[in-house]
Write a protein that binds this ligand. Structure first.
Ligand code: GAR
Length: 207
């Protein structure tokens, strides 16, 4: 699992594995930020941690170091859980069909940063989070699942951010579980669910 910050998604993934006895196991946590609180969370769970600093280093060198580290770990799945660096094309090509990311918007809308602010500015009626396959184009790989909620009239920015975070913590572990039990697969960049008729395999709606 690659992180850059707080690691609430990481924690949800760890907790879900424990409470559901899921097939997956978090083997290692890597951060580009040495101060990421997610590293502390991982250590508390006895998960091995690594820091590949992205500061004061060229993008190419960062990418090479990260690629070497991840290759040595030989993961089945690489999970970007609040990882705020853009992965290089070389990195992405090295791990085909193996990288997934969580993004705080209903992709394909609101790629990039400041998603919640832009949603509010545009008076959107719905918001949510997306887990998608990672390709070389930013936030553009096939969608695996989304969490969707209605924005209420009295919702402010803080409230919608909180709702997105709550939804992410439900959505992300569920998708990782489905990838580990192969009820969803990623093959040649395509997301395949057991039922081919479902375009987005997971669609979680807030109550
Ligand atoms: C999450 O909301 C995630 O969607 C977002 O960062 C947050 C990380 O929180 N990711 C991105 O914006 C990626 N472009 P966390 O560290 O508490 O899991």
């Amino acid at each position: 699992i690659l992180i850059s910050g707080n690691g609430t998604n990481l924690q949800a993934i760890i907790d879900h594995q424990k409470t559901h006895q899921s097939l997956y196991e978090v083997d290692a946590v890597i951060s580009n930020n040495p101060d990421a609180f997610g590293l502390t969370r991982a250590k508390q769970e006895n998960i091995k941690t690594f820091v590949t600093p992205s500061k004061n280093i060229t993008k190419d060198l960062f990418s090479t170091q990260l690629c070497q580290l991840v290759s040595a770990l030989n993961p089945d799945l690489i999970v970007l859980a609040g990882f705020m660096k853009i992965l290089s094309p070389a990195f992405i090509k090295s791990f085909p069909d193996k990288i997934i990311n969580i993004h705080p918007s209903l992709l394909p809308k609101y790629k990039g940063l400041r998603t919640h602010e832009r949603v509010m500015e545009n008076n959107e009626k719905i918001h949510g989070a997306t887990v998608h396959h990672v390709t070389e184009e930013l936030d553009a790989g096939e969608i695996i699942g989304q969490f969707i909620f209605k924005i209420e009239n009295n919702d402010n920015l803080d409230m919608i951010i909180k709702k997105v975070h709550q939804g992410e913590r439900l959505l992300f572990p569920k998708i990782i579980e489905m990838l580990s039990n192969q009820s969803i697969k990623i093959e040649d960049g395509k997301v395949i669910s057991q039922s081919n008729e479902i375009k987005v395999p997971i669609n979680l709606l807030a109550p």
